[in-house]
Design a binder for this molecule. Structure first.
Ligand code: IMP
Ligand code: MG
Length: 180
């Protein structure tokens, strides 16, 4: 299915809202079964604010109690590919010493963003650091890292929507798609 996003662009839907919602509930059940204690969930901004919000509520539905904080990371990138350097634009305020932390990201590609976040939280003394991503592009990996929980394998194309952007556009789309 394609939908008009502006006068000149059409978007092919890759993962629609129902499919994302169903998979998010299943992920929440997987996370609930993983036995986290004193759990702090940390969505990585900006991209994961939509997935993070839905995952948090699904976790509540799965019986998980948790706290939330946010980290805002930026990887220097040109339009659609990452250059490698990650920096913190806004750090979490919560102490992570001796507690379980679940990082949440929209998409895992090179792995640099998540590797940076995992190393940072682990270095601060977290007991357990896990990662949940909505989408995984396994072909794009530059570092050896896998997510503990992942929603879908994503084709090796630039995707937008459901929090993900192209130059800060399209984040509001309720589905994940690509511009065709
Ligand atoms: P990584 O550091 O290369 O693993 O990239 C992860 C980050 O790059 C994600 O959090 C996204 O913000 C961004 N990213 C990677 N691929 C895409 C894409 O296809 N669309 C939008 N953002 C992407
Ligand atoms: Mg991101």
């Amino acid at each position: 299915m394609t939908r008009g996003a502006s006068r000149s662009e059409k978007i092919e839907v890759l993962f629609d809202a129902d499919k994302i919602a169903g998979r998010t509930r299943a992920l929440a059940n997987e996370i609930a079964a993983a036995g986290f204690t004193d759990l702090l969930v940390v969505p990585i901004l900006k991209g994961s604010f939509v997935f993070g919000a839905d995952l948090l509520r699904a976790l509540h539905g799965a019986g998980v109690t948790l706290e939330v904080d946010f980290i805002f990371l930026s990887s220097y990138r040109d339009k659609t590919s990452s250059s490698g350097q990650v920096r913190i634009l806004r750090d979490i305020e919560t102490q992570v010493q001796a507690r379980d932390v679940l990082l949440v990201d929209d998409i895992l590609e090179s792995g640099r963003t998540l590797a940076f976040a995992k190393d940072l939280i682990a270095a601060r003394g977290a007991r357990r650091v896990a990662a949940c991503v909505l989408l995984d592009k396994p072909g794009g990996r530059a570092v050896d890292l896998e997510a503990d929980f992942r929603g879908f394998e994503c084709p090796d194309v630039f995707v937008i929507g459901y929090g993900m952007d192209l130059a800060n556009r399209y984040r509001e789309l309720p589905y994940v798609g690509r511009i065709v």
